[in-house]
Unconditional design. Structure first.
Length: 207
């Protein structure tokens, strides 16, 4: 990915703008990230630019290095701050690289792009992510070991995928019926979100 952190910064500003434009009811409503409101999703994304590495690692140790537990605790704690404050912090620090060892830009981009769609789909706001960003996310989720930090990648073994709106596929398309749909829907399905009715092929294997 060229200029690796520039797309991350743009995606961070986009999610900040999105949540800030929601009304109070929407900010407290559901998202496709189960258990989190848009406010809490924004707080989660903000943790990676706002919480210093020592504090981040302390929270990880406190959660016995269960990333899901640690992320939930940090997001809920940071969500004590108002949306407008979090959005301002995220915009101001959007260009900040991850301080966490082994966290590539593609991981950060995937996290933000998927969570942005979690919010849009959850509250019914139209919008699709940048096509180039989606390609990066799809490649990351299907090819990189660090993707296990975002979803259960063991589900993907032996499966083929094909986007119907862009030129992208993964796996042995000639030897297996692919799971197919728009690039955004394939991305969200791989990430474990409930968009399976928008996909064709052996979708049950992905659930």
């Amino acid at each position: 990915m060229k200029n690796t952190w520039k797309p991350v910064a743009s995606a961070r500003r986009e999610i900040a703008d999105l949540v800030e434009c929601l009304d109070d009811q929407q900010r407290k409503g559901p998202t496709l990230c189960e258990g989190w409101t848009p406010h809490e999703v924004l707080a989660h994304v903000t943790t990676f630019v706002e919480i210093p590495l020592p504090k981040f690692m302390f929270n990880m140790a406190r959660a016995k290095f269960d990333a899901d537990v640690a992320s939930d605790r940090m997001a809920r704690a940071l969500a004590e701050h108002p949306v407008d404050e979090l959005a301002a912090i995220l915009r101001a620090k959007a260009d900040k690289k991850s301080a966490l060892p082994g966290f590539p830009a593609e991981l950060s981009l995937s996290d933000v792009v998927i969570h942005t769609q979690d919010i849009r789909r959850g509250v019914g706001v139209e919008g699709v992510p940048d096509e180039g960003d989606v390609r990066v996310v799809l490649d990351f989720l299907t090819q990189q070991k660090q993707a296990k930090l975002l979803c259960d990648t063991a589900r993907l073994r032996g499966l083929a995928f094909r986007a119907t709106d862009i030129d992208w596929h993964h796996g042995n398309i000639g030897g297996a019926v692919p799971i197919a749909g728009t690039a955004e829907a394939v991305m969200m399905g791989i990430a474990g979100r409930g968009v399976f009715d928008e996909l064709t092929g052996p979708v049950d294997k992905l659930r």
